[in-house]
Design a protein around this ligand. Sequence first.
Ligand code: DLL
Length: 436
Amino acid sequence: MYWNKPVETMERGMLEQLQLERLQETVRRVYKNVPVYRQRMQEKGVSPEDIKTLKDLRLLPFTQKTDLRDNYPYGLFAAPQSEIVRVHASSGTTGKPIVAGYTAHDLQVWSEVVARCLGCAHVGKKDTVQVSYGYGLFTGGLGLHYGVEKVGAKAVPTSAGNTHRQLMLMEDLGTTAIACTPSYALMIGEALRDEGFDMSRIKLTTGIFGAEPWTEGMRDEIEKLLGIRALDIYGLTETIGPGVAMECLEGHNGLHMWEDHFIPEILDPDTGEALPDGEMGELCITTITKEGMPTLRYRTHDLTRIIPEPCPCGRTHKRIMRLHGRTDDMLIIRGVNVFPSQVEAAIMGIPGIAPRYLLVVERINNLDVLEVQVELAPELLSDEVRRVEQLSRDVSRAIEQVLGLGVKLRLVSPGSIERSEGKSKRVVDKRTALTQ
Ligand code: DLL
């Protein structure tokens, strides 16, 4: 079992000293190499020399997803392009994705933190791990993959989808652990049951689930269906990908954040003021070892709290509570991040379409289905059937291209999407499993 004991159980004083040194180095690096950070720091009257203690983190400017969008694709990179060996991407708030870059050292760090996560789940050399997160620009597949190899387990890179083949391989290869989104785990569990697989030939013991919100209720259901222990893994593209924090088997409550690589802060989402440990607020993360694209005080918009009590497992790295929701309107549909503003960007300017839309999300047979309702412009006569059909194809294609996700499109008659005097309602989320 992978267990970087000296680091994972490091005494707090030493850990904080290490964090300070790494923070200082990161701040020097971005100040020197990233004009946006330098300018922001100068505007706040802060220079790298002002970071004398960990508390001085609060002097630094925040980073937001919009900063990644505005500096697309490489503006926040802090290493020369010749040192970048990989990029990944995730949804931005409008048409373009956000891009993250990794140096060879960043990839080593990433494998290390994912390896620690697998260690938390007692996954090691004895295991065969089916990596059913998507491989590609999404960080889930490749992120888990290299961690699995680092712990010496056998990686089965099935990627997401093709459920029947997943089940066949699970049985034939003797898969003992699976990494995927919790909703896909439920689907797999149901398919195993419905397709009449002989459960005595399924060797699964452990699940590593994340990339979307899930609840204790969902955990119970997955554990029962698959006969496994289901553990929560957290991460985001902007800070590295999966592996920022992970539940351990001993604690089973709260996710250890690897504080020698990431510094967590909990903020009041409205004022941006730091809150004391134990209070619920927005998680803000500073990366302190990333070279390719370090992020200073990244506002995740994820809501959680720090659990101040030590964990029975002996790890000294602070735990965050299971993620509680978001402060913004980002939806996660089949593991893909979706902002309503992306749909708006896609449909704007298509002739015959009014800029009015509604996203309806449902979970049907444990699969998220996104219906997008878009209003036809009043001038479009509804008897022009061929025109409407063509329009329907154009609008679907425009939306699917921006989201990278299949949607069910419904063109609705002019004036039928509810108007509101205040903020317009863009989303109806009917997925009951997400209520905490
Ligand atoms: O979802 C990275 C990842 C891959 C994490 C595989 C875990 C497993 P992004 O696509 O950038 O990265 O999405 C990041 O997903 O800000 C959260 O809102 C949400 N999220 C990730 N993990 C969890 C989790 C990957 N365990 C965004 N619980 C984050 C709840 C999660 N939400």
